[in-house]
Design a protein around this ligand. Sequence first.
Ligand code: AMP
Ligand code: MG
Length: 519
Amino acid sequence: MDTLRFDNRFVRELPGDPEQGFRRREVRGALWSAVEPTPVAAPTLLAHSHEVAALLGLDDADVASPAFAQVFGGNALLPGMQPYAGNYGGHQFGNWAGQLGDGRAITLGEAINANGERWELQLKGAGPTPYSRTADGRAVLRSSIREFLCSEAMHHLGVPTTRALSLVGTGEQVVRDMFYDGHPAPEPGAVVCRVAPSFLRFGHYQLPASRGETDLLRTLVDFTIRRDFPHLSGEGEALYAAWFAEVCERTAVMVAHWMRVGFVHGVMNTDNMSVLGLTIDYGPYGWIDNYDPDWTPNTTDAQGRRYRFGWQPRVAGWNLSRFAQALSPLFDGVEALQEGLQRFADAYTQADRDTIARKLGLAACRDDDVERMEALQGLLQEGEVDMTLFFRVLMDADPADASLSAFDEAFYDAARREAVAPALRDWMAAYGRRLEDDALDAASRRERMRLANPRFVLRNYLAQQAIDAAEVGDLSGVHDLLDVMRHPYDDQPGRERFAARRPDWARQRAGCSMLSCSS
Ligand code: AMP
Ligand code: MG
């Protein structure tokens, strides 16, 4: 691991908190606090991503060395690492929550790989920081497995995301009250090392803005553009406007991908929104089984279901409005920020149309195709049809086959199937006529659809099965899922069971369809 080089611009160029250590506190006038990971009893490497290791220039021998688990479990630092916790605020479930910060995440440093790329290494669950408030700074194995697997699955699905290098068991227990119902219990603890060019969130800008610390806000924005958006040129307000517009555009593209693959983030608070447009902070997320725009996996949000699947685009827009508000002290008027928000709306519409063309296998999306997709989604919801299976099968289905037998495996309920069959048959027939009108030849169409409609997603119940086994010491399920998700658009003969629709037992099981924020 002595090949890892660090260039820690965040702590070098931005003001930090003068106090060291993890005494809980309000931190004003500073963007970070120096704090070291708290060592754990017995760090053991449980899984790692070969691809992320390679990105960092680490080979198999590095990963296998005892030092690897020590460093990425939080027991040792490599030369050049300068650990810190970041200071940010955020809107949680629509309300301004004030200072939040990295309560259990600790950045180790900014690694520079052989290509000159910058990759920030951040431990999650590495112990208390000044921002831990009343909590312990730790993470349980089940939520760490979920973050580790989903980061990599999303990457291979082509969704912008933070990555995950490693999953290290701590050999310590962590006490959690999973459903906040007065039943705390010890669970195995773990640490994930996540990796991204930057973990800056909307909340990083909101916090200084909320305190009237305009100079600090400007310093952070200038830094972000310099380090993470070096392709932007210009100066002053025009540069800030170009940057904001790009954040808006990236956010739109990210959410359009979520909608394409059926991902529900679950906690789209502004402290969980990356300025790089990366999916960040995998908590009570979930995957759509039967198509249902009103579904959310997050039991903490069960009442209002603010973060339901179908609302994600508009919530992203709302979050960007809060972000714009935070940036407004840097602008003379509101026009440039409004243009950025318009960019979000336009970019989302464009990305959504692109998704429709790709999922339906069309050369381009016409206005009537938008209606076609909406009509189909209505039928999938009414018929309780599995989203992933339906679209995957569609590429090989004969539109004239009135039996709909190609979709057998995608239905959850026979009566619902009966009810929706006539309308679905009509939809298929109209789709068949539409295809005759389209420029793509059959082979190109099939390939376009194959690459937009995954065979494998990280179904909630599959992750839970892997977790159940891991909690009794069997990591094979985690390794298998990681491997399956490396090629989500390939059929992978012999691995059909990873593509199966949710079994009945998983419908109402904790971890499979219901998740709390307790992690
Ligand atoms: P999240 O809902 O995971 O995005 O977290 C919201 C805030 O709570 C962030 O400031 C987290 O750092 C903090 N937090 C969550 N879990 C813990 C924990 N176990 N210990 C300390 N801080 C935590
Ligand atoms: Mg968070």
